[in-house]
Each structure stands twice: as structure tokens, then as C-alpha cells.
Design a protein around this ligand. Sequence first.
Ligand code: ADP
Ligand code: ASP
Ligand code: MG
Length: 406
Amino acid sequence: MALIVQKFGGTSVGSVERIKAVAEKVKGFRAKGHDIVVVVSAMSGETNRLIGLAEEIQSRPVASEYDTLVSTGEQVTIALLSMALQELECPAQSFTGWQLGMHTDRSHAKARITKIDEMPIRGALEQGKVAVVAGFQGITDDNRISTLGRGGSDTTAVAIAAALDADECQIYTDVDGVYTTDPRVVESARRMESITFEEMLELASLGSKVLQIRSVEFAGKYKVPLRVLHSFQEGPGTLITVEDHKPMESPVISGIAFNRDEAKLTLLGVPDVPGVAASILAPIGDANIEVDMVVQNVGENNTTDFTFTVHKNDYERACELLEQVKNDLKAREMRGDKDICKVSVVGVGMRSHAGVASTMFKTLAAESINIQMISTSEIKISVVVEEKYLELAVRALHAAFDLAVE
Ligand code: ADP
Ligand code: ASP
Ligand code: MG
């Protein structure tokens, strides 16, 4: 008998029929004698609908009220799934974030988990019930509802698995595992039997939404056995492992990630003097806006051009702040561009292989795709290109690095 945490995402609980199908599946595991905690997301589309309502009233909604609103989606699903389980004569009890004691800090909309009370869930399990938990939400120390950021139910599941020392955390979704790239973009993408935490962390941070990055961080830190599986198809899924179980000659590149959520800002003709980068980025940082890639080019007449990317949600605010910096520094011009995307190749094998960058750049050149920015680390190379080239770039790179081939 094992303790298993299972998480079902939005599409998997997207209708009453699917909720009933999830209940059948959970009951099946229960019948084998396992203790089950089920974490669910809001029904598909619901979180977006709620955000839309908020934005009809406030363009930048008050963060704590935003959380109170968007957390309601998950409350609907836990109640419906508990009912569906009880209809199948499988005892179940629902838990919102505050009911189970999911404590977080006060950074609304991107809260971090600080502590989880074990007792409420353990109590339900001891009574032979399935614990049905609302993903994505928690409670702050000043008694306000918080949420963990988009895709946060993955993190709820892994954090609960860590807190309860579960035998496995299973993330059920609408694909049957982690692929070499998003299978909706590249048809020949291949499911991986396993992937290391390090690589999964990189893929998630570079835009692969199959797992929220925090969930991978948690799983790595607390050694939670984590598997991504299809909700309604049988199969082994993909195991996220500490050890690399791949053959010795592991592929140079294991996956390709992309991100459409960034925007680019450039300040042209800034005086090229020490401290200029700090004076440009300080107000952006002070406004709590995260900067991702940064490039500085030497221009003419002792001036420089400074480019950086931020999340699209922060673009308007960053433009306002940069306009002010432009005036203060007497820069020539400010330019913004939302029609960009970031494409990244990821692989621990990159460390030992030269030439990955040149293959990547040649492949993009052969498709006449202009590279606007580049950033590298030991296990990834990212480029910013025009958004309209995203699918072409991902497909070309997937082929160039032989990812479809086993
Ligand atoms: P859920 O609602 O179950 O949390 P998500 O939409 O958040 O599901 O995540 C699953 C989706 O992630 C898939 O439908 C797929 O389009 C996308 N995805 C992106 N990159 C990958 C990848 N490398 N492997 C598998 N799926 C991926
Ligand atoms: N419902 C939330 C979202 O759409 C959390 C989740 O699905 O993981 O982002
Ligand atoms: Mg998700």
C-alpha cells in the first residue's frame, strides 16, 4: 500500500463527464488499497474567464482580490469531484487551501509556500477518505487567500507529496508525458521515458508549460518521485529523475522549449559610461518587474544601445518607466517590441559537446530567421526571434538535432 498524490489539470476536469471519469480512476487506485490525495485545477478556461472579469473592472487588479477571485475555480472542482467520488461510494472530503493549512507568503498571484499542516489531510486519510485538494491556492499569515502563479496546481501537488512523504506524485494531464518539444507544435516530437530534474527545470523555466517550474524545484529539493502521465490513456508517462537513466552517450540536446510571453525594450543612444546598465534597470527592478535577457551593444560616438526582455504582462509599465529613464539619461530613443518569442535548446549533454551553438545558428539562418538576442548557459542556448517564426524555428531545430529519432 502506497501514499500517492495525483494531480488532474484543467482539461482533465473540464466537464462533468470528465470529473466523473477522474472519480472512476481515483476509485480504481483506492480499490488497490492506496491512500490517495487528489489535487485538482479549475475546469479548463475557468481561470482565464475569472481573470477577464477582473480586468473588466480594473486593468491592474488589486492582487489580494485577484487571488480571492481566481481561487474560486478550484473550489468548484474539489466539490464536484468529491461528490462524484461519493456517488461511487468512495468516501472523499474536499479541502480548500486554508482548510488544509497551505500557508504562503504574502506575494499575491505568485505566492510561495511557507508551510503545510499535515494533520487535516492525514486525518481524512486515516478515516479512509480520499482527500480532494484545491490546487493553486493558499493562505497568508494575515489570513488572505493567495495563489501560486499560473499552472500552480502542479506545485500544490508536489509540495503536498513532499510534506506527506508520499511514495509518488503523479501529474495527470492532456498529453502522455514530457516530449522533446510541445507535441502540439511538432507532430514528430517524442515522449521521453525519463528526464533529469536539471533538464526539466530548464525546460520549465524556458517556457514548457507541462510542469510549473516551482513544482520541479520542489520535487528536486525534496526528492519527490514525479511522473507526468495522460489522464485517460494508459502508459508509463515520463519519470523526472535525479539520476540520468539514459545511455552513456546521451543526446546532446534533450528538448526544445519556447516562450511567447516576453516583450523586448531597447534604449538607443545611451551615453556609454560606467553605471549606465544599473541606472536603466534599477527602476525596473524597483517596480518588481523581472528582467530576463539583457544585451548591450556599443554604438557610435561613445553611446550604447541597451536591450532587455520582460514578461508581456509587465510591458506597458516597463515602457512607462523606460520613457522616464530615457529623459533622465538623455538617450536618443526608446523602442518596444511585443512580437517576439524565445526559443531554447536544452540538454545536459551540451556541456561536453562543442558546436551546438553553431548548429543552432546555421539552422535558423537556413530558414532566413534573424536572431535578435542570444543567451547561453552550460546546458541551454536561447535566442529571441520574431514571433511569426516560432513554429518554423522549433520544427527546424527539432529536425536539426535529430530529436524525433530514438
Ligand atoms: P494541465 O491543464 O493539465 O496543467 P497544461 O496545459 O498546463 O495542462 O500542460 C500540458 C500542455 O503542455 C500540453 O497540452 C502541451 O501542449 C504543453 N507542452 C509544452 N511543452 C511540452 C513538452 N515538452 N512535453 C509535453 N507537453 C508540453
Ligand atoms: N487554474 C490555475 C491556472 O489556470 C492553476 C492550474 O491550472 O494549475 O493557472
Ligand atoms: Mg498546467
